[in-house]
Ligand binder design. Sequence first.
Ligand SMILES: NC(=O)c1ccc[n+]([C@@H]2O[C@H](COP(=O)([O-])OP(=O)(O)OC[C@H]3O[C@@H](n4cnc5c(N)ncnc54)[C@H](OP(=O)(O)O)[C@@H]3O)[C@@H](O)[C@H]2O)c1
Length: 221
Amino acid sequence: MSTVLVIGASRGIGLEFVRQYREAGARVIATARDDAGLARLNALGAQALRLDVAEPASVSGLAWQLDGEKIEVALYVAGVLAGGNVGDPPSAEVFDQVMRINVLAPMRVLPQLAQVLAPDARLVVLSSRMGSMGLRTNGNSWLYRASKAAVNSVVKDISFGLQGKAVCVAMHPGWVKTEMGGPGADLDVTQSVADMRATVANLRPEHNGTFINHDGQALAW
Ligand SMILES: NC(=O)c1ccc[n+]([C@@H]2O[C@H](COP(=O)([O-])OP(=O)(O)OC[C@H]3O[C@@H](n4cnc5c(N)ncnc54)[C@H](OP(=O)(O)O)[C@@H]3O)[C@@H](O)[C@H]2O)c1
Protein backbone atom coordinates (compact mmCIF):
# COMPACT_ATOMS: atom_id res chain seq x y z
CA MET A 1 0.00 0.00 0.00
CA SER A 2 1.48 3.34 -1.01
CA THR A 3 1.86 6.17 1.48
CA VAL A 4 0.72 9.67 0.53
CA LEU A 5 1.38 12.83 2.53
CA VAL A 6 -0.74 15.97 2.13
CA ILE A 7 0.45 19.20 3.76
CA GLY A 8 -2.48 21.63 4.20
CA ALA A 9 -5.49 19.33 3.94
CA SER A 10 -8.19 20.86 6.14
CA ARG A 11 -10.38 21.87 3.17
CA GLY A 12 -10.35 22.64 -0.55
CA ILE A 13 -7.87 20.88 -2.82
CA GLY A 14 -5.89 19.30 0.04
CA LEU A 15 -8.96 17.66 1.60
CA GLU A 16 -10.04 16.33 -1.80
CA PHE A 17 -6.58 14.78 -2.33
CA VAL A 18 -7.06 12.97 0.97
CA ARG A 19 -10.55 11.77 0.00
CA GLN A 20 -9.49 10.48 -3.42
CA TYR A 21 -6.25 8.82 -2.32
CA ARG A 22 -8.08 7.11 0.57
CA GLU A 23 -10.77 5.94 -1.84
CA ALA A 24 -8.00 4.51 -4.04
CA GLY A 25 -6.72 2.51 -1.04
CA ALA A 26 -3.63 4.53 -0.13
CA ARG A 27 -2.42 5.11 3.38
CA VAL A 28 -2.67 8.88 3.83
CA ILE A 29 -0.93 11.13 6.33
CA ALA A 30 -2.36 14.64 6.22
CA THR A 31 -2.02 17.88 8.13
CA ALA A 32 -4.39 20.56 9.41
CA ARG A 33 -3.90 23.32 11.91
CA ASP A 34 -7.14 23.18 13.91
CA ASP A 35 -9.38 20.61 15.57
CA ALA A 36 -12.12 20.85 12.94
CA GLY A 37 -9.65 20.17 10.13
CA LEU A 38 -8.05 17.28 12.02
CA ALA A 39 -11.51 15.77 12.61
CA ARG A 40 -12.30 15.92 8.87
CA LEU A 41 -9.05 14.08 8.11
CA ASN A 42 -9.70 11.41 10.75
CA ALA A 43 -13.21 10.91 9.35
CA LEU A 44 -11.66 10.08 5.97
CA GLY A 45 -9.37 7.50 7.57
CA ALA A 46 -6.20 9.57 7.27
CA GLN A 47 -3.53 9.79 9.91
CA ALA A 48 -3.97 13.42 10.94
CA LEU A 49 -1.07 15.60 12.09
CA ARG A 50 -1.39 19.10 13.49
CA LEU A 51 0.73 21.57 11.53
CA ASP A 52 0.63 25.33 11.08
CA VAL A 53 3.18 25.93 8.33
CA ALA A 54 3.55 29.58 9.36
CA GLU A 55 4.64 28.69 12.92
CA PRO A 56 8.34 27.78 13.28
CA ALA A 57 7.71 25.72 16.44
CA SER A 58 5.01 23.71 14.67
CA VAL A 59 7.16 23.18 11.56
CA SER A 60 10.20 22.15 13.55
CA GLY A 61 8.16 19.29 15.05
CA LEU A 62 7.29 17.87 11.64
CA ALA A 63 10.51 15.89 11.10
CA TRP A 64 10.06 13.75 14.22
CA GLN A 65 6.36 13.24 13.47
CA LEU A 66 7.39 11.77 10.10
CA ASP A 67 10.45 9.95 11.39
CA GLY A 68 10.81 6.51 9.78
CA GLU A 69 8.19 7.13 7.06
CA LYS A 70 8.83 6.33 3.40
CA ILE A 71 6.50 8.65 1.48
CA GLU A 72 5.75 7.77 -2.15
CA VAL A 73 3.70 10.89 -2.97
CA ALA A 74 4.14 14.12 -1.00
CA LEU A 75 1.83 17.02 -1.85
CA TYR A 76 2.49 20.50 -0.51
CA VAL A 77 -0.88 22.29 -0.80
CA ALA A 78 -1.16 24.97 1.93
CA GLY A 79 -1.42 28.49 0.55
CA VAL A 80 -3.19 31.85 0.81
CA LEU A 81 -4.40 34.50 -1.61
CA ALA A 82 -4.43 38.10 -0.36
CA GLY A 83 -3.50 41.63 -1.45
CA GLY A 84 -4.62 43.89 -4.27
CA ASN A 85 -3.72 44.42 -7.89
CA VAL A 86 -0.68 46.00 -9.53
CA GLY A 87 -0.12 49.55 -8.27
CA ASP A 88 -1.77 48.84 -4.91
CA PRO A 89 1.13 48.28 -2.49
CA PRO A 90 0.33 45.68 0.17
CA SER A 91 0.66 46.55 3.84
CA ALA A 92 3.67 45.04 5.56
CA GLU A 93 1.28 42.73 7.46
CA VAL A 94 -0.36 41.33 4.33
CA PHE A 95 3.01 41.02 2.57
CA ASP A 96 4.42 39.10 5.53
CA GLN A 97 1.38 36.81 5.76
CA VAL A 98 1.40 35.84 2.08
CA MET A 99 5.17 35.47 1.79
CA ARG A 100 5.43 33.55 5.07
CA ILE A 101 2.78 31.02 4.10
CA ASN A 102 3.48 30.72 0.37
CA VAL A 103 7.29 31.00 0.32
CA LEU A 104 8.98 30.83 3.73
CA ALA A 105 6.88 27.86 4.87
CA PRO A 106 7.77 25.68 1.83
CA MET A 107 11.44 26.64 2.36
CA ARG A 108 11.13 25.24 5.88
CA VAL A 109 8.93 22.23 5.17
CA LEU A 110 10.20 20.89 1.82
CA PRO A 111 13.73 20.06 3.05
CA GLN A 112 12.12 18.00 5.82
CA LEU A 113 9.91 16.18 3.33
CA ALA A 114 12.93 15.42 1.16
CA GLN A 115 14.33 13.40 4.10
CA VAL A 116 11.34 11.03 4.28
CA LEU A 117 10.75 10.32 0.59
CA ALA A 118 10.79 6.74 -0.64
CA PRO A 119 13.13 5.98 -3.58
CA ASP A 120 11.61 7.36 -6.81
CA ALA A 121 8.96 9.35 -4.88
CA ARG A 122 6.95 12.29 -6.21
CA LEU A 123 7.13 15.66 -4.42
CA VAL A 124 4.47 18.03 -5.77
CA VAL A 125 4.10 21.67 -4.75
CA LEU A 126 0.81 23.38 -5.55
CA SER A 127 1.82 26.57 -7.30
CA SER A 128 -0.25 28.63 -9.73
CA ARG A 129 -0.16 29.66 -13.34
CA MET A 130 -0.56 33.15 -11.88
CA GLY A 131 3.09 32.84 -10.82
CA SER A 132 4.25 32.21 -14.38
CA MET A 133 6.00 35.16 -16.00
CA GLY A 134 6.01 33.56 -19.43
CA LEU A 135 2.22 33.15 -19.45
CA ARG A 136 1.24 36.36 -17.66
CA THR A 137 -1.19 38.77 -19.33
CA ASN A 138 -2.14 41.09 -16.44
CA GLY A 139 -1.07 42.20 -12.97
CA ASN A 140 -4.09 41.20 -10.88
CA SER A 141 -3.24 39.92 -7.38
CA TRP A 142 0.39 40.91 -7.80
CA LEU A 143 1.49 39.88 -4.31
CA TYR A 144 0.05 36.37 -4.78
CA ARG A 145 1.70 36.18 -8.21
CA ALA A 146 5.05 37.23 -6.71
CA SER A 147 4.70 34.59 -3.99
CA LYS A 148 3.97 31.81 -6.51
CA ALA A 149 6.84 32.94 -8.77
CA ALA A 150 9.06 32.74 -5.68
CA VAL A 151 7.86 29.28 -4.68
CA ASN A 152 8.50 28.12 -8.25
CA SER A 153 12.11 29.16 -7.70
CA VAL A 154 12.14 27.18 -4.45
CA VAL A 155 10.81 24.07 -6.24
CA LYS A 156 13.52 24.37 -8.91
CA ASP A 157 16.23 24.60 -6.26
CA ILE A 158 14.90 21.63 -4.26
CA SER A 159 14.75 19.56 -7.46
CA PHE A 160 18.54 19.67 -7.92
CA GLY A 161 19.10 17.75 -4.68
CA LEU A 162 16.50 15.14 -5.68
CA GLN A 163 17.87 14.47 -9.17
CA GLY A 164 18.03 10.71 -9.72
CA LYS A 165 16.27 10.03 -6.39
CA ALA A 166 12.78 11.52 -6.72
CA VAL A 167 10.72 13.79 -8.99
CA CYS A 168 9.87 17.27 -7.71
CA VAL A 169 7.49 19.53 -9.65
CA ALA A 170 5.44 22.70 -9.28
CA MET A 171 1.84 22.04 -10.33
CA HIS A 172 -1.06 24.33 -11.32
CA PRO A 173 -4.40 22.83 -10.22
CA GLY A 174 -6.46 24.86 -12.69
CA TRP A 175 -8.88 27.54 -11.55
CA VAL A 176 -10.78 25.50 -8.98
CA LYS A 177 -14.06 26.01 -7.12
CA THR A 178 -12.77 26.23 -3.54
CA GLU A 179 -12.86 29.01 -0.98
CA MET A 180 -9.82 30.47 -2.73
CA GLY A 181 -10.99 29.96 -6.31
CA GLY A 182 -14.59 31.01 -5.68
CA PRO A 183 -17.83 29.64 -7.15
CA GLY A 184 -17.18 31.06 -10.64
CA ALA A 185 -14.01 28.99 -11.18
CA ASP A 186 -13.61 26.64 -14.14
CA LEU A 187 -13.13 23.30 -12.42
CA ASP A 188 -14.81 21.31 -9.68
CA VAL A 189 -12.34 20.28 -7.03
CA THR A 190 -13.05 16.59 -7.77
CA GLN A 191 -12.01 17.06 -11.42
CA SER A 192 -8.90 19.10 -10.62
CA VAL A 193 -7.68 16.53 -8.11
CA ALA A 194 -8.52 13.57 -10.37
CA ASP A 195 -6.49 15.24 -13.14
CA MET A 196 -3.56 15.92 -10.80
CA ARG A 197 -3.55 12.35 -9.45
CA ALA A 198 -3.34 11.02 -12.99
CA THR A 199 -0.58 13.50 -13.81
CA VAL A 200 1.35 12.57 -10.66
CA ALA A 201 1.08 8.88 -11.56
CA ASN A 202 2.60 9.64 -14.96
CA LEU A 203 5.53 11.74 -13.74
CA ARG A 204 8.89 10.50 -15.00
CA PRO A 205 12.46 11.38 -13.92
CA GLU A 206 12.75 13.88 -16.79
CA HIS A 207 9.92 15.94 -15.22
CA ASN A 208 12.05 16.73 -12.18
CA GLY A 209 12.33 20.51 -11.75
CA THR A 210 9.49 21.42 -14.13
CA PHE A 211 6.19 23.33 -13.91
CA ILE A 212 3.15 21.30 -14.95
CA ASN A 213 -0.56 21.94 -15.47
CA HIS A 214 -3.14 19.72 -13.72
CA ASP A 215 -3.72 17.90 -17.03
CA GLY A 216 -0.03 17.12 -17.51
CA GLN A 217 0.83 19.89 -20.00
CA ALA A 218 4.16 21.67 -19.48
CA LEU A 219 3.89 25.31 -18.33
CA ALA A 220 6.38 28.14 -18.85
CA TRP A 221 7.96 29.37 -15.60
N1 LIG B 1 -8.36 27.28 -6.10
C1 LIG B 1 -7.69 27.69 -7.15
O1 LIG B 1 -8.28 28.11 -8.17
C2 LIG B 1 -6.19 27.64 -7.17
C3 LIG B 1 -5.54 28.01 -8.35
C4 LIG B 1 -4.14 27.97 -8.40
C5 LIG B 1 -3.42 27.53 -7.31
N2 LIG B 1 -4.08 27.18 -6.16
C6 LIG B 1 -3.25 26.76 -5.03
O2 LIG B 1 -3.69 25.49 -4.55
C7 LIG B 1 -3.47 25.40 -3.13
C8 LIG B 1 -4.77 25.01 -2.44
O3 LIG B 1 -5.74 25.99 -2.76
P1 LIG B 1 -7.30 25.83 -2.36
O4 LIG B 1 -8.06 26.37 -3.50
O5 LIG B 1 -7.57 24.49 -1.81
O6 LIG B 1 -7.38 26.93 -1.18
P2 LIG B 1 -8.33 27.02 0.10
O7 LIG B 1 -9.61 26.33 -0.15
O8 LIG B 1 -8.32 28.45 0.49
O9 LIG B 1 -7.50 26.15 1.19
C9 LIG B 1 -6.25 26.60 1.61
C10 LIG B 1 -5.61 25.54 2.46
O10 LIG B 1 -4.33 26.00 2.91
C11 LIG B 1 -4.30 25.84 4.33
N3 LIG B 1 -3.44 26.81 5.00
C12 LIG B 1 -3.44 28.16 4.86
N4 LIG B 1 -2.56 28.68 5.74
C13 LIG B 1 -2.01 27.65 6.42
C14 LIG B 1 -1.06 27.54 7.46
N5 LIG B 1 -0.48 28.63 8.01
N6 LIG B 1 -0.73 26.30 7.93
C15 LIG B 1 -1.31 25.21 7.41
N7 LIG B 1 -2.24 25.23 6.44
C16 LIG B 1 -2.58 26.45 5.95
C17 LIG B 1 -5.74 26.04 4.76
O11 LIG B 1 -5.91 25.59 6.09
P3 LIG B 1 -6.97 26.32 7.14
O12 LIG B 1 -8.30 25.66 6.89
O13 LIG B 1 -6.39 26.01 8.49
O14 LIG B 1 -6.97 27.78 6.82
C18 LIG B 1 -6.45 25.21 3.72
O15 LIG B 1 -6.37 23.84 4.01
C19 LIG B 1 -2.92 26.76 -2.69
O16 LIG B 1 -1.51 26.68 -2.59
C20 LIG B 1 -3.33 27.68 -3.83
O17 LIG B 1 -2.46 28.80 -3.95
C21 LIG B 1 -5.43 27.22 -6.06
